[in-house]
Structure formats: structure tokens, C-alpha cells
Design a protein around this ligand. Structure first.
Ligand code: NDP
Length: 248
């Protein structure tokens, strides 16, 4: 039987690259998306036409009711869960902290932090050996921003990713005895559409000269790290924050 992986925010970017690599490695996939239904369904078609297994499930990860419904769809379709990738994330327009308002911080924390908390809670209920599950792995998407702070751009996003680091460290210890490993990747500057939502689509080109390796990363280079942390090859890796950032 194939192992089942749920990837949040799999319609594009790092999540879609992770889905393609996971399908190639034989995982059955539950691909969550928020707004881009056509992109998610095209990815499902691509995977199934190549002989893989995948379904697309719409849910806003910041909405508790929708997250619970998504996991119920996963239960009905696959009947098991082996890996959760908490990839869904967002940021807002670049600005200084004193220009930001509370509503923005609530949106940024709702998706980036509470979305990962909600999905982790539902995954643990299914994977924990203490609750009748057979163990598994959680891989969180943090960011190099958690340690760089993102001044003049989005300190709120950086702080949300800092919260993901803390959650990773705590949860890794909390469920280590229940067959679940919890780790995070901290990507640096990766070429996806997320930078356009910050108001600077060409951010990768601007910042690349300051990266020790002299270039931004590709979504697939992050996917490789995610798949390794999820795999049996990482069987003794727990609570790790793995930088995938070209030395930045
Ligand atoms: P993209 O903006 O390219 O894609 C974001 C994905 O998240 C989309 O699939 C989107 O769904 C989904 N998403 C956004 N909000 C929600 C929500 N509320 N509920 C469910 N899904 C949602 O981002 P990246 O691929 O660049 O980023 C992926 C992860 O990696 C994020 O957590 C990000 O913070 C992190 N990261 C990215 C870096 C980079 O340089 N790109 C650097 C460091 C970390 P839809 O399209 O359907 O709306």
C-alpha cells in the first residue's frame, strides 16, 4: 500500500514541486489548495496520467471547520495518513512595522501559524501510536526570515515563521514517543509567486547577489529536502530546522 502524504498549498510553487517529487517516489497524495482550483486539478491530472494517485481538496488552512472537513475527505479517500507537509503560507505587501495594522497581523498569523497548528493537530490524531495510528512525519515550511527578521519588508511574516520554528521544536519532543517525527525546512530565496504578493515580483533577482551561492533557489531544491525529512532515510532526524538557503 502506498504511503499517503497531505501537502497544504500544493497548487503552485514549493508545494506543487513537492507533490511532483512525492508522486515520483510513490506517495499517494492529498493536494490542498485555497483559491487556484484549476492549477490544483491540472496537477492531479498530471500525476494520475503518469500512473500516480492524487486528489485535490479545497480548504483555507486558517479555517478550523474547513481543515476538519479536509481531513475527513482524506479519511474517506485514503483511510490513512503518513506525512503532513505544512506548506501553505502567505505574506503581504512589503512595509515597515509601524505602517502595519492589526488586521494584517491576524491574517498573516492565521494562515502561517494557526493553519499549521490546525493541520498538525488533525494529523497527530490520525498518526499517533498513542491514538491507534501507525506513526508518521510532519514537515513544516519555516523560512530563513525566521532568523533574518525581514526588516523593511515583513517582520510579521518572519515572526510567524519564528513561531513555526518553536512549534517544530516543541512538537518534535511532544510526539517523539508516538512514532511521529517533526522537522522544518527553512528556505531562503526561492523563485515562486510569493514575492509578487509582497509587491516585488523581481525580488529574487534583486537579492541574489547577496546570497553566498549567488543565486536564488528552485522549488524542486526545497522539495528534495522536504522529501528527505519525510523519508525513512531521515529516521533519526527529529526537531531539525534545515536551512535550504544557498548559505544565506
Ligand atoms: P506560493 O505563493 O507560490 O504558493 C502558496 C501556496 O499556498 C498556494 O498553493 C496557495 O494556494 C497556498 N495557500 C495560501 N494561503 C492558503 C490558505 N489560507 N489555505 C490553503 N492554502 C493556502 O508560495 P511558495 O511556494 O513560495 O511558498 C510555500 C511555503 O514556503 C510557504 O509557507 C512560504 O512561506 C515558504 N517559503 C517560501 C520562500 C520563497 O522564497 N518562495 C522562502 C521561505 C519560505 P492557492 O494558490 O490555491 O490560493
Amino acid at each position: 500500500m502506498s504511503k499517503v502524504m497531505l501537502i497544504t498549498g500544493a497548487s503552485r510553487g514549493i508545494g506543487a514541486a513537492t507533490a511532483r517529487l512525492a508522486a515520483a517516489k510513490g506517495y499517494a497524495l492529498c493536494l490542498n489548495y485555497h483559491q487556484q482550483q484549476a492549477a490544483a486539478e491540472a496537477l492531479v491530472s498530471e500525476i494520475t496520467q503518469a500512473g500516480g494517485q492524487a486528489i485535490a481538496v479545497q480548504a483555507n488552512v486558517a479555517d478550523e471547520t474547513q481543515v476538519i472537513a479536509m481531513f475527513e475527505q482524506l479519511d474517506q479517500h485514503f483511510g490513512r495518513l503518513d506525512v503532513l507537509v505544512n506548506n501553505a503560507g502567505m505574506l503581504e505587501t512589503q512595509m515597515r512595522l509601524e505602517q502595519m495594522d492589526l488586521a494584517r497581523w491576524q491574517r498573516v498569523f492565521a494562515t502561517n501559524v494557526f493553519g499549521s497548528f490546525l493541520c498538525s493537530r488533525e494529523a497527530i490524531k490520525r498518526m499517533s501510536t498513542r491514538q491507534g495510528g501507525h506513526g508518521g512525519a510532519i514537515v513544516n515550511l519555516s523560512s530563513a526570515a525566521a532568523r533574518l527578521g525581514a526588516p523593511d519588508e515583513y517582520i510579521d511574516y518572519a515572526a510567524a515563521k519564528g513561531a513555526i520554528d518553536s512549534m517544530t521544536l516543541g512538537l518534535a519532543k511532544e510526539v517523539a514517543g508516538e512514532g511521529i517525527r517533526v522537522n522544518a525546512v527553512r528556505p531562503g530565496l526561492i523563485a515562486t509567486q510569493i514575492h509578487a504578493s509582497g509587491g516585488e515580483p523581481e525580488r529574487v533577482a534583486r537579492v541574489s547577489p547577496s546570497i553566498p551561492m549567488g543565486r536564488g533557489g528552485l522549488p524542486m531544491e526545497v522539495a528534495e529536502a522536504i522529501l528527505w525529512l519525510a523519508s525513512e532515510q531521515a529516521s533519526y532526524v527529529n526537531g531539525a530546522l534545515l536551512d535550504v538557503s544557498g548559505g544565506r
